[in-house]
Design a protein around this ligand. Structure first.
Ligand SMILES: *Cc1c(COP(=O)(O)O)cnc(C)c1O
Length: 230
């Protein structure tokens, strides 16, 4: 089943790119494996997937422990400052940075380990009370502050769009994110490289791609429904 699902997602990526004249190679698919067992991850690996997304630090570190192959692990969920030390050198990209305090904590832990941590700024584009992320008006200010950190590199922006029945309802938010992303590209600092726009999930990734996403995060559409009760 996972292989069929992956094939379908990949076909949809190609279709969405064709529709707007984009090259499918510009879009990275992150398989969101949260709550799913290692066997499921292995199936996706057998298909050729190398990018996996987890939203909990503990789950990410325990999966890394049992899977020895070199993979790209993305931390996509909210990150508490006291947990930064556990993932700063194992996550290839932290998608959820939404404060200077968190960025400074990442700086401190990355410095200790002698590495540069790659991060995205999470934007609450629809200004939902229930979501983390900075308002779009705050992004530039945060970028300018982070520009002073030597062990943190900002690679782009991330958003979690509202949950909607009809993906078209999110088009305006994806389009706003793309505009912001392009505007922020003109921010110049050694550690700011606006290359990644992480947006789009199972329900709306085609629309996100049409509006310029370079990374999509798909869980249910690959691994099936999640069961949080077990
Ligand atoms: C769970 C999750 C996803 C994947 O959601 P699906 O709707 O299952 O594709 C994507 N991004 C984030 C931040 C998530 O927490």
């Amino acid at each position: 089943m996972i292989h069929e699902n992956l094939k379908e997602v990949e076909e949809n990526i190609v279709k969405a790119c064709k529709k707007v004249g984009r090259d499918p190679n510009e879009v990275t698919l992150i398989a969101v494996s949260k709550t799913k067992p290692v066997e499921d991850i292995r199936q996706a690996m057998a298909y050729g997937i190398r990018d996996f997304g987890e939203n909990k630090v503990q789950e990410l570190t325990s999966k890394i422990e049992v899977i020895s192959e070199k993979l790209n692990w993305h931390l996509i969920g909210h990150l508490q400052r006291n947990k930064v030390k556990y993932i700063v050198d194992s996550a290839c990209l932290i998608h959820s940075v939404d404060s200077m305090r968190l960025a400074m904590q990442i700086e401190e832990e990355a410095k200790k380990k002698g590495i540069t941590a790659n991060i995205l700024i999470e934007v609450n584009i629809a200004k939902e009370d229930s979501k983390f992320g900075v308002a779009k008006e705050e992004v530039q200010g945060l970028l300018r502050e982070i520009a002073n950190l030597k062990h943190v590199c900002v690679k782009g922006l991330m958003t979690i769009a509202p949950y909607v029945e009809n993906a078209e309802e999110n088009r305006k938010y994806f389009s706003e994110m793309y505009k912001l992303f392009v505007d922020m590209r003109s921010e110049n600092a050694d550690n700011i490289r606006m290359e990644i726009l992480s947006m789009g999930m199972t329900g709306d990734y085609q629309v996100a791609i049409e509006e310029g996403a370079t990374m999509i995060r798909v869980g249910t559409g690959i691994f099936g429904e999640r069961n949080y009760t077990i």
